[in-house]
Design a protein around this ligand. Structure first.
Ligand code: AMP
Length: 454
């Protein structure tokens, strides 16, 4: 039985991530012909809502605050007006715009979109993110790129240490996912960067939520900004089927395996609370013959990108992730989201399930709630203003898997433990261990065939 065959049409249909702005074209928005052509080449036939609203305001020279999430088309909403201004600008044009992002992956995706949209006009970008050698980045800076995209810590590092990297002429600043830029890790660097760049500039601030810190930031650093909203904040799309299952903690693995079996062939993201759980569960699933791969904050930049690429390319169809991966990553087709652990912050639920049922497609999100997580789950229902139906499954049928699942888990835990003795962390906090990486699919080599499903 395919669970996505009969999506329940839920009452409120907000957070439409790919809602077209009716009848308006990119040309109507006032963009230069080269950029209209570039959109066409990318298959962007019509501007998305956030683009239709933000681009004309940005072209008028306004500071813009956009309440929007990844998937809404916000990158185009800021990249296109910046590229338009770049085309029209007199020389010098280097270090024309700085885009700050909270994650390395998002920074890379943003830079890729700038390069794709600006291919015709020869735009040069540099990505400055942590976890990667600074020297090649400094070389890139030396080539005088037009657009710098980076995470605050690394950008500041280069501002302090890389000769010739001075942002005196900066014209555009973008603060992407500003709510996350203002967390403990980045806040100090962000403020230092804001001190080091010219006040005479345009600023675009995008955030999925308007927290008190974001309000304060915008009051101090934006000038008469216009606020636009891509969608209502805490709601879920009408084509998303959402279910929960209340179950004892010890049965979670069995349920995950059962659900993934039922949905065999679909692309799924399974969210866990800790980095270690992504590994243990990925290994368990691989032992059972699933094509699963973990992505989490303990992995180095290149491993994370490698895992993401395996998922994007279809080599692996199950991504085990922490909330690091719930935001910012450009993953176009996910059929199902499983909340293996219920997020303690209910807003994370919205971000997680936002990975499925995008652009009007259908999708399913299933939350496995144990006795300790009930409180958090009820908070989620309160936030989305819905009582969700229960995931229908015969417990006896699910528990038939118990023996094989616990054996696979026991062996996985053992392997991880053995590896724990050998592993060491490198300077970037990456877990190094040839042995386990091979089993996790992070290094070339096949997953263990020993425990494949019969
Ligand atoms: P973003 O929210 O910027 O991460 O964009 C989400 C996805 O939407 C990306 O894969 C973009 O390539 C895609 N996209 C952005 N604008 C458009 C558009 N006007 N038409 C179709 N797809 C778009």
């Amino acid at each position: 039985m395919s669970l996505i065959m009969s999506p329940i049409l839920l009452a409120d249909q907000l957070l439409r991530m790919a809602e077209d702005a009716e009848g308006v074209t990119f040309k109507d928005l006032g963009l230069a012909d080269q950029l209209v052509d570039a959109c066409e080449k990318l298959g962007w036939t019509t501007p998305l809502k956030i683009q239709a609203e933000a681009i004309p305001l940005a072209l008028e020279g306004k500071d813009v605050i956009g309440l929007a999430q990844t998937g809404s088309g916000k990158t185009g909403a800021f990249a296109l007006p910046i590229l338009h201004a770049l085309l029209e600008a007199p020389r010098p044009k280097h270090f024309f715009s700085l885009v700050l992002s909270p994650t390395r992956e998002l920074a890379i995706q943003i830079s890729e979109q700038f390069e794709a949209l600006g291919a015709e006009i020869g735009v040069k970008c540099a990505v400055l993110v942590g976890g990667i050698d600074m020297v090649p980045q400094a070389v890139k800076i030396g080539k005088q790129p037009h657009i710098i995209v980076g995470t605050p810590g690394r950008v500041l590092d280069h501002l302090k240490n890389t000769k010739g990297f001075i942002l005196n002429g900066l014209k555009y600043l973008v603060l992407d996912e500003a709510d996350r830029l203002l967390n403990e890790d980045f806040e100090q660097s962000l403020h230092e960067i804001l001190e080091a760049i010219p006040r005479q500039r345009r600023t675009f601030l995008f955030s999925s939520t308007m927290t008190k810190k974001v309000e304060k930031l915008q009051r101090v650093h934006l000038r008469n900004p216009v606020k636009i909203e891509a969608a209502s904040k805490y709601s879920t799309v009408d084509t998303l089927k959402q279910q929960f299952r209340f179950l004892p903690a010890k049965h979670k693995d069995c349920y995950v395996v059962y659900i993934l079996n039922e949905m065999a062939g679909s692309t799924s993201m399974v969210f866990t609370r800790t980095c270690d759980s992504t590994q243990l569960l990925a290994l368990t699933l691989r032992n059972l013959g699933f094509k699963a791969i973990p992505i989490n904050g303990h992995m180095s930049q290149s491993k994370r990108l490698g895992a993401l690429n395996k998922f994007k390319s279809g080599d692996c169809n199950i991504l085990l992730c922490t909330d690091v991966a719930s935001r910012g990553l450009d993953i176009p087709t996910v059929d199902m989201v499983i909340n293996y652990d219920i997020p303690t912050n209910s807003k994370d639920y919205i971000h997680r399930v936002g990975r499925t049922a995008r652009a009007g497609g259908s999708g399913i999100a299933i939350s496995l709630v144990n006795q300790y997580e009930l409180e958090w789950y009820l908070q989620i229902e309160k936030l989305i203003k819905k009582k969700l139906p229960e995931y229908p499954a015969q417990e006896e049928e699910v528990l038939l898997l118990e023996e094989r699942v616990s054996e696979a888990k026991r062996l996985s835990a053992m392997k991880l433990k053995e590896n724990g003795g050998k592993r060491r962390r490198n300077g970037e906090g990456d877990i190094e261990g040839e042995y386990i990486e091979k089993y996790l699919g992070l290094k070339d080599g096949k997953s263990s065939k020993k425990f494949r499903r019969k």
